[in-house]
Design a protein around this ligand. Sequence first.
Ligand SMILES: [Zn+2]
Length: 273
Amino acid sequence: MIVKELYPFMQIYAVIIGLVVGSFLNVIIYRVPNNKSIIKPRSRCNGCGKQIAWYDNIPVLSYIALLAKCRNCRSSISVRYPLVEFICGMMALMLLNIYGPSYEFLVVVLLCFMLIAITFIDVDHFVIPNEFIIFGFIISIIAHTFNLLPISIMDGIYGFLTFGGTLFIMGAMGTFVFKKEAMGFGDVKLGFVLGSFLGSELSLLALFLSFIFGGFMSLILLIAKEVSDDHMVPFGPAIAAGTLLTILTKTVGGGNHIINWYFTNMWNGEYFF
Ligand SMILES: [Zn+2]
């Protein structure tokens, strides 16, 4: 066991790592859909093209210090950059608190960073790049090979079939009914990846939550007249949100708060017996 006194330092460390990863995710979100290298060149200002110095590239802090403006040309910097960094920092902290210092934490934190990147890319480009699907499967295979997850390989396969299979069937049915592609194949592939991490039970919860999030997002966009009735709404962010909420509601014992709540409140038989 890890000494309790070390825990605050681990939390601070998790936030810092999260912020730095968030800074790198900004690069990934911008470059991967455009098929640009994520390693070279160094980041440049979108306004004047000047390379950004390291001291102007410190997560969140540089944005505040520069008052959201480029040091060279004073063109404004999108609030999205510090926002992604902040989300990643908080995500790392929350996951450490929920999963503790464990291998499962490392796997889950990578998965969640991936989902954050996918969300922003899908909103921008209506696509989930294959790089993420491949990355996800590699992490999943490593995690299952070395038994880093609390679920068996068999349950991983059941989850794979539950999550991806359901999206595939729904997409196929939708295509048949509406005579046009109802669900992008990127969403289906993402479902397969996520299911392999979650197992069958949590896959069902994540699917259920995804549809609730997707419904609300469509409704809000329709009301805001952002989309017409026949326009596509990216479903990737809804899948990401449903999965993140599933991951963040884990109980200490390895169960899930939402599933527990559902079974204690809906099926305790109080109204029936
Ligand atoms: Zn500039």
